[in-house]
Write a protein that binds this ligand. Structure first.
Ligand SMILES: C[S@@+](CC[C@H](N)C(=O)[O-])C[C@H]1O[C@@H](n2cnc3c(N)ncnc32)[C@H](O)[C@@H]1O
Length: 251
């Protein structure tokens, strides 16, 4: 399938090609910004300070809108159990934990080969709501909770790793779970031979729509969310704008 802009006169925003379904989702996500805007503004301030205080030892990875939308979805979903695959230095970990803290419920299970995150995540944010497992997640499959309510994936972006989790991790995650995968749409299309290309093909084969605010892939969505953010006076924690993440509901 050729994944270019619609040619039938529909507004560019309605990008249903390649399984991207942004119109309903855009309304939904815009509503979340309005519903949780003041809590979000407080977390952005917290994250700005966290970044400034840990500049020497923490390289953040998520861009602003994708971190914010992750927080907002978690607030709305209120999952009991969240899995984070790929913590690196803890930027996404602190966003995820902030949402669970603000929900007053939920536990985060994080996995990474490296454990720099342990020293970086503030103790009061980790509280009793965080479990970190060090090592190759492929060796931890048996210990992953079977009743996850949200799955966050930002680990190895190679094709083989994508194939591994599509075959082994997805089957143990309940149908209907919200999943996000980072680093998919750095350009208009997912990079060939990448994890992202594997996931996008997997979704297309099952007719599963995805949502993204990636600046290159869906500039209209990116602009529309920026308009909502401007209306609410929300400025990102980092000032970064690529947002290559995708979200979808597991079939
Ligand atoms: C892009 S970084 C994650 C960035 C992080 N989410 C953030 O927002 O800062 C990818 C991480 O995935 C981890 N990783 C890669 N392959 C892995 C595997 N098979 N099992 C566990 N962790 C893995 C790497 O060690 C690395 O820290």
């Amino acid at each position: 399938m050729e994944c270019d802009a619609p040619e039938d006169g529909r507004p560019a925003l309605i990008d249903t090609l390649c399984g991207v379904q942004n119109t309903d989702q855009l309304e939904f996500v815009s509503g979340l910004y309005r519903k949780y805007g003041s809590d979000l503004a407080a977390v952005i301030e917290q994250q700005r300070e966290f970044h400034a205080a840990n500049r020497a030892r923490m390289t953040p990875q998520l861009d602003d809108i994708e971190a914010e939308v992750t927080y907002l979805r978690l607030r709305e979903l209120r999952p009991d159990k969240v899995m984070e695959l790929g913590t690196f230095h803890g930027w996404s970990t602190t966003w995820l934990l902030s949402a669970l803290r603000d929900n007053g419920t939920g536990h985060l299970y994080s996995y990474d080969r490296i454990d720099n995150v342990i020293a970086n995540v503030p103790a009061d944010l980790a509280g009793q709501r965080w479990t970190f497992t060090r090592g190759d997640v492929q060796a931890s499959l048996d210990e992953i909770p079977r009743d996850l309510g949200y799955l966050f994936v930002d680990a190895d972006h190679g094709r083989r790793f994508g194939q591994w989790y599509l075959a082994h991790l997805f089957p143990i995650v309940p149908s209907g779970t919200t999943v996000s995968v980072h680093d998919v749409f750095h350009g208009r299309k997912a990079r060939a031979w990448s994890e992202g290309a594997e996931v996008v093909s997997w979704l297309e084969a099952r007719d599963v729509p995805l949502f993204t605010a990636a600046r290159k892939r869906t500039p209209e969505v990116f602009e529309a969310l920026n308009a909502v953010r401007a209306e609410l006076g929300i400025e990102g924690a980092r000032g970064t704008t690529k947002n290559p993440m995708i979200w979808f509901t597991l079939p």
